[in-house]
Ligand binder design. Structure first.
Ligand SMILES: Nc1ncnc2c1ncn2[C@@H]1O[C@H](COP(=O)(O)OP(=O)(O)OP(=O)(O)O)[C@@H](O)[C@H]1O
Ligand SMILES: [Mg+2]
Length: 257
């Protein structure tokens, strides 16, 4: 019997500060609004997705590290209902050690994929917030995922590093995960008033074609404020342009995935 299988999406770009965690948190919440069951997996030692949902990163908090390295089962790591229909596997600074420790582990690339397997039937979507590097953690994210969302900030040098990212994706696809596909490229911090932003969108579209989501995430102060209240934009500023954009992204994701 074919069980309901979660669609697993890694949100990835090794460039820092392009809107990965903001997208992970707000897309999770927007899918949750549609009654989709979402597991948000924080794979970044910075733990920004974790604090974005107001989870306190105390010393005794079990985190994804314990699942990847200490064989802690997934259900011991999950924090339930951080938003409507959204559960999270948190990350703390402990996860920083995993980057080196994984190097010595057997089947190290598959650790995350294996950890998530028992929960496939319980979720419609799993979103993985990747760290800004192409190290072992990100490789684990790529190996576990079926799809990628690549956020790109509308700024100078937006395309820098993308060749390396696509190269890494191809290697993982060939060696570990032949099902891996780009779900979409997401333009973030878009400001329609600047010609630069529009120029970047043009360049990225020339490169990725219709992989680029129709939805663009506008630059919005509210999006930057929401995490300090431990809330997604959908509750923090439910009628604002940021919430509108992430709701629209969720629609596109549901159509594509
Ligand atoms: N659309 C937006 N408008 C305004 N500010 C934004 C927007 N998206 C993200 N930010 C802010 O920009 C900063 C970087 O965003 P975010 O943390 O989501 O990026 P990231 O790619 O996850 O970063 P890192 O690579 O460090 O994990 C944060 O302070 C965030 O609040
Ligand atoms: Mg981040």
């Amino acid at each position: 019997m074919e069980m309901n299988k979660a669609i697993i999406i890694a949100i990835i770009n090794q460039k820092g500060g392009v809107g990965k965690s903001t997208t992970a948190v707000n897309l999770a919440a927007a899918l949750g609004e549609h009654k989709k069951k979402v597991l948000l997996v924080d794979l970044d030692p910075q733990g920004n997705a974790t604090s974005g949902f107001g989870v306190e990163k105390g010393n005794d908090l079990k985190c994804i590290y314990d699942g990847l390295i200490n064989e802690e089962p997934l259900d011991k790591l999950i924090i339930k209902e951080v938003a409507a229909c959204v559960d999270i596997v948190p990350a703390t600074i402990n996860l920083a050690g995993a980057e080196v420790e994984l190097m010595n582990e057997y089947a190290r690339e598959h650790r995350l994929a294996d950890l998530l397997t028992p929960a496939h039937a319980a979720y419609d979507y799993m979103l993985i917030d990747c760290p800004p590097s192409l190290g072992q953690l990100t490789i684990n994210g790529l190996t576990a995922a079926q799809y990628l969302i690549i956020p790109i900030q509308c700024e100078f040098y937006a395309l820098e590093g993308l060749t390396k990212l696509i190269e890494t994706e191809k290697i993982v696809k060939t060696r570990m995960n032949r099902d891996l596909e780009i779900l979409g490229v997401l333009m973030t911090m878009y400001d329609s008033r600047t010609s630069l932003a529009n120029q970047v969108v043009e360049e990225v579209t020339a490169y990725f074609g219709d992989k680029v989501f129709q939805t663009r995430i506008p630059r919005a102060v509210r999006l930057a404020e929401a995490p300090s209240f431990g809330q997604s934009i959908l509750t923090y500023d439910t009628k604002g342009k940021g919430a509108k954009a992430y709701r629209s992204l969720a629609e596109e994701v549901m159509e594509r995935g």
